[in-house]
Design a protein around this ligand. Structure first.
Ligand code: GLN
Ligand code: ZN
Length: 775
């Protein structure tokens, strides 16, 4: 019989219960016992819910107090030495120290194990999602041992509620590949596999003895470009695991991409089932059906775990039916494409007045219902669930033809975009001369990235506006005063290109999304980004247009206060796309180009309002990169075009800036050059070597400002150290192209830090100017 299964459920709690509990625990207000009890409630609630929905394979060990990769590191005893772990089971305090660092006597009096003063482990993006995991760290002579019983405990905990679960573990090969070797000869973490496998073997044996029958081992690295060494690790690892616990049925879960050339190796593994993401890579089903040995079941990921749309059940059913016909019902599992960790929890909490939009959406709970329904159709035939299928067909049809989604004018305009629209009037050298004349900037011009501190007063004023305690006029009056203060400060400290400070913005995407058509907002559509940090992305459901100017008022006001140029400040189309839930009824590139046109209109209006410098931020351009190298060019080509479409409509003398951060850009530096922004500010303070290497390899054509002030640290950098960074940059850049700026916006910093840091930065620039004569 076909099995309805799930790969993982969101662990934040239906009402973000875990966030509250964690933050109270960290601040010392809630003890471990209470935190544990909230964790238990969330876990048990998830199990009960999925069981109630008649799901056959309910996952366990998908719960985590911080991150499932960190859980695995703690479980196998991969605790770096600096956490002074005693070697017994890894306690919660050590676990949180690994996740967040620890300071003795934290200001808040929070728990700190053994008076430690240690930084957190590194965190990075989980594949191409907005989730971030803690990077396992392996030391020289790294040894592993079972240092906890979490998967076992949770399996037994569910059992005691009468719920038989399928424990989820991060597979050994992906676990190692996602980690980093430190202080070692730099060998691949895979060389540690032999030492790690006994821990997995022991764990599987204990789960087997406890009564588990299926185990899900996530090996998402199988959707990456793997070398032969990594690929060879799979057969050796899985034959050992299969032999260690012969009664367990091992399911390997892959997601986020197709397996492509890794397929044949995986099909030969001694496992019971293989999960495939058929939303991202539907084409791999044929290969699986043709190549799977008779002993292998296929778990079909046909419900999108990464997005908020209701599944087209007919389409999903067609896929499952094809598989059933080919391999038989006994060998098919139905599932979401990946863990539902990446979905909001429950649509039922949305009391959004917009019934129509609600009808198009499905969150984690609804996705489980869809999986169960699909399995039921296979078992009992279409008739049994006719009503539900019909309702689904109806919703799909209404969405397809809804006038709210389709805007003829937008589509026409997007179709009429020409190559000329993607190009500035003149090449950079000519523009540069005109801009120099118009702006009259000194050598090594100084600027900031846009935002200034969002103080508690600013946030309080916004909250008061939202709650109706303050009217719009008073709110805007307050912002105008703050804005003027920000301008005066920048003049006094001697910056060359000013900003208005972005105090009116809560978030760099939401602020624009709220003013564009085609975007909707949920009330509870939270998704974990990392630890207790959750995000609530806007939903792009329809064609995007800009009914009215979005930023012109504030920019014009700011410019009216000063003779120095004030940058107009926009978020770019790729970043808006990347940080939203995106409609799935047309290619992402098309949606991105619609957003680009809306931004292009805003750019034109800013220019017409007399704004001479316009910055279009694209911090997320790199995170949109496909997982497979083969797909990079296709993405970069439409992403670069979208930026150019947004920015290239201006006159030569208008200076376009862009800004990139949150990652290293060395591997896409050519694409950044291809954006053809006049000035690019980019992350540097944190990853100097990478950028310098890239700039040595690729002669950057336009102006560039490598961020010399690491704004993610409260530390105030000195003039000397910033000057030194600038001199380093001058080894690979010519003096004419170098700008001086921080590495990101200042909104999370305090004025007490920003004032001296920017003063020092301006001094660093002037010290560079001494002795430099323009050519
Ligand atoms: N202009 C934005 C700011 O300064 C850019 C933010 C970002 O890069 N994430 O806040
Ligand atoms: Zn930034």
């Amino acid at each position: 019989m076909v099995i309805a299964s799930n790969l993982g459920f969101p662990r934040i709690g239906p009402r973000r219960e875990l966030k509250k509990a964690l933050e109270q625990h960290w601040s010392g207000r809630v003890g471990e016992e209470e935190l544990q009890s909230v964790g238990r409630e969330v876990r048990q609630g998830n199990w009960r819910l999925q069981k109630q929905l008649a799901l056959d394979h309910v996952p366990s060990n998908d719960f985590s107090f911080y991150d499932h990769v960190l859980d695995m590191a703690a479980l196998v005893g991969a605790v770096p030495r600096r956490y002074a772990w005693s070697g017994d089971a890894v306690d919660l305090a050590t676990y949180f120290a690994m996740a967040r660092g620890a300071r003795p006597k934290a200001a808040t009096g929070g728990q700190t194990p053994r008076g430690l003063d240690v930084p957190a482990m590194e965190m990075t993006k989980w594949f191409d999602t907005n989730y971030h995991y803690i990077v396992p760290e392996f030391e020289r002579g790294q040894e592993f041992r079972l240092a906890g019983t979490k998967p076992l405990d949770e399996f037994l905990e569910a059992n005691s509620l009468g719920i038989h679960t399928r424990p989820v573990l991060l597979g050994p090969v992906s676990f190692l590949l996602l980690g980093k070797s430190r202080n070692s000869a730099g060998g691949s973490p895979l060389s540690l596999l032999d030492g790690l496998l006994p821990v997995y073997e022991e764990l599987l044996q204990r789960l087997e003895r406890a009564g588990a029958d299926w185990i899900q081992l996530d090996e998402p690295c199988l959707s990456l470009d793997l070398g032969p060494q990594a690929l060879r690790a799979f057969p050796s690892a899985y034959s050992r695991l299969a032999a260690a616990a012969p009664r367990l049925r091992l399911l390997i879960a892959t997601y986020f991409e197709g397996l492509r050339e890794n397929f044949s190796a995986v099909l030969r593994l001694p496992i019971a089932a293989l999960h495939l993401d058929l939303v991202r890579a539907p084409e791999q089903l044929d290969e699986a059906l043709a190549g799977a040995p008779a002993t292998l079941s296929l778990s079909l990921g046909v419900v999108d775990g990464r997005n908020v749309w209701r599944t087209d059940l007919e389409r999903a059913l067609a896929v499952v039916e094809r598989a059933v016909k080919a391999v038989g019902e006994e060998r098919v599992l139905v599932a979401p494409s990946c863990s539902l960790l990446h979905s909001p929890v429950d649509l039922q909490f949305e009391t959004h007045p917009d019934e129509e939009l609600r009808g198009w959406l499905a969150f984690a709970k609804q996705k489980v219902e869809e999986v169960v329904l699909i399995a039921r159709v296979i078992r009992e035939g279409h008739k049994a669930v006719n009503e539900a299928l019909e309702a689904n067909r109806d919703a799909m049809e209404r969405r397809r033809i809804s006038p709210r989604i389709h805007n003829k004018t937008v589509k026409k305009r997007a179709a009429a975009v020409t190559k000329e629209m993607l190009r500035r009037g003149s090449p950079y050298a000519a523009r540069r001369r005109l801009q120099e004349e118009r702006l009259g900037l000194p050598a090594f011009p100084t600027t900031t990235i846009g935002s200034f501190p969002q103080t508690s007063e600013v946030r309080a004023a916004r909250a008061e506006l939202r709650s109706g305690k303050r009217d719009l006029a008073s709110y805007e009056g307050f912002l105008r005063e703050e804005l003027e203060r920000t301008i005066r400060f920048q003049e006094e400290v001697g910056l060359d290109v000013l900003v208005h400070g972005e105090l009116e913005r809560n978030d760099m995407v939401e602020y624009f999304a709220e003013q564009l058509t085609g975007f909707a907002f949920t009330q509870h559509g939270w998704v974990q980004s990392y630890g207790s940090r959750y995000v609530k992305p806007p939903v792009i459901y329809g064609d995007v247009s800009r009914p009215a100017p979005m930023t012109v008022g504030w920019s014009r006001y700011a410019q009216s206060l000063t003779k120095k140029p004030v940058k107009g400040m926009l978020t770019g189309p790729v970043t808006i796309l990347q940080w939203s839930f995106v409609r799935d009824d047309q290619p992402r590139s098309e949606t991105c180009h619609q957003i680009a046109l809306a931004i292009r209109d805003e750019v034109a209006d800013l220019e017409a309002a007399g704004i001479k410098v316009i910055q279009i931020d694209e911090p997320a351009i790199r995170e949109g990169l496909p997982l497979r190298h083969d797909d990079w060019n296709a993405y970069l080509s439409w992403a670069v075009d979208a930026f150019r479409l947004a920015s290239a409509g201006v006159r030569d003398e208008t200076q376009i800036h862009t800004h990139m951060c949150y990652s290293e850009f060395n591997d896409i530096i050519e694409a950044i050059g291809a954006l053809d922004a006049d000035v690019t500010s980019i992350w540097f303070a944190r990853s100097q070597m990478e950028l310098l290497d890239a700039l040595r390899r690729y002669r950057y054509p336009n102006d560039i400002g490598p961020g010399v002030y690491d704004i993610h640290s409260p530390r105030v950098p000195s003039r000397e150290e910033m000057e030194e960074l600038l001199r380093k940059a001058l080894e690979v850049l010519s003096p004419e192209q170098l700008w001086v700026n921080p590495d990101c916006g200042l909104k999370t910093r305090r004025w007490e830090e920003v004032r001296p840091a920017l003063a020092a930065m301006v001094e660093a620039a002037s010290s560079l100017r001494t002795g430099y004569r323009a050519p």
